[in-house]
Design a protein around this ligand. Structure first.
Ligand code: AQP
Length: 334
């Protein structure tokens, strides 16, 4: 879907600190944030309470939160203009989630494809949590607290945004107009970057390391991962005719090289997979170079990062608490 850049809107989006952020997270979400923040009022959250809905290691979580904060800033989020904060620092998120769960439709919740796919990945010894099931309601609360108009996300989140809109509509019909109805904002070609080892699955940070390019992978690792990425049997480089594996690599190449499709197809016409993969790895390495330098610089200073997150919390919580207050009032809670 091609969309013109909105302005004067409220933008909300978030990422879970559930592992190393990858180029799918960047191309599917963060890149849009940077474009959108200039002319809009933006909130970028680190959704740590979503990351604990599956088994995780509590000892690494604080560092992962700081990694995500540093990633946002190194990728170009302007901390003077936009608000960066941690979900668990503002209790209105979980409180609103409970209130919304009283009207969230159970039938629609049971049809969420992410719940179905994530619950299958959980080991039999760890049972699937109720929180994983109700995750979309917490995500609805995250979005609605800030009177959000637009949620820039990858395609995998489209169903959750539709549910958030449905819950907001149900609430407004039952209790009166409190919530702004959010819309998703999904980039066309990079909406779903696929796994390097299985092009039927989306690239995911909780999959095996070989399946994704982390934003902080070294040039050597990037070359290795790209050289072992699966391809199709026939070596055709076409955005329309190539099979899913090569189409995915072509989309990544287009995003990093910033070249037009026609130019890429001409450039690759006589090339082998090996030559294509060399060019692809080189363009990812050079595309991530500045980001990686900034990340290392920002990540050295924990104190400053924590200060930025504290300031973000203060800027976000006024709006969040005022929405929660209105919700409680119309629901008759004293
Ligand atoms: N492969 C992808 N292609 C395009 N966009 C993607 N996003 C994630 N994977 C891709 C987008 O990144 C944002 C943050 O995602 P998240 O961390 O909140 O959760 P996720 O969608 O479940 O991402 P992962 O990497 O698959 O994480 P895990 O493995 O922890 O579940 C969202 O906007 C998402 O659309």
């Amino acid at each position: 879907m091609s969309q013109s850049l909105p302005s004067n809107k409220t933008i909300f989006s978030g990422i879970q600190p559930s592992g190393a952020l990858h180029i799918g997270n960047y191309l599917g979400a963060i890149k849009q944030w940077i474009e959108l923040q200039q002319d809009n009022n933006a909130y970028f959250c680190i959704v740590d309470q979503h990351a604990i809905t599956v088994p995780y290691d509590p000892s690494t979580l604080p560092d992962r939160v700081l990694d995500v904060a540093a990633t946002y800033i190194a990728a170009g989020v302007d901390i003077q203009k936009s608000v960066i904060f941690v979900q668990s620092h503002i209790s209105a998120h979980t409180e609103l989630a409970w209130l919304l769960s009283t009207i969230a439709p159970y039938g629609a919740m049971s049809r969420m494809t992410q719940f179905k796919s994530k619950s299958k990945t959980i080991d039999a010894k760890d049972s699937v949590s109720l929180a994983l099931f109700s995750y979309p309601v917490l995500m609805t609360a995250d979005i609605l607290l800030y009177n959000t108009n637009i949620v820039p996300v990858g395609e995998d989140q489209k169903q959750h945004i539709e549910l958030a809109r449905d819950i907001a509509q149900r609430f407004n019909t039952t209790y009166g107009d409190v919530f702004t109805l959010p819309e998703s904002y999904i980039p066309e070609q990079t909406a779903r970057i696929m796994s390097l080892t299985d092009p039927k699955k989306k690239m995911s940070k909780s999959d095996a390391e070989k399946s994704y390019i982390a934003l902080n992978d070294s040039p050597e690792i990037i070359r290795q991962k790209i050289s072992s990425a699966v391809t199709d049997t026939e070596a055709i480089f076409s955005f329309k005719k190539s099979g899913p594996a090569v189409k995915n690599l072509l989309n990544i190449y287009k995003a990093f090289s910033k070249k037009e499709e026609q130019v890429i197809e001409q450039e690759l016409a006589e090339k082998s997979y090996k030559e294509f993969k060399d060019s692809l790895a080189a363009s990812i390495i050079s595309g991530l170079h500045n980001f990686q330098q900034k990340f290392d610089e920002i990540r050295k200073d924990d104190v400053e990062l924590r200060f930025t997150l504290g300031r973000g919390m203060h800027r976000a919580q006024g709006v969040a608490n005022s929405t929660l207050h209105r919700v409680k009032e119309v629901m008759g809670l004293m």
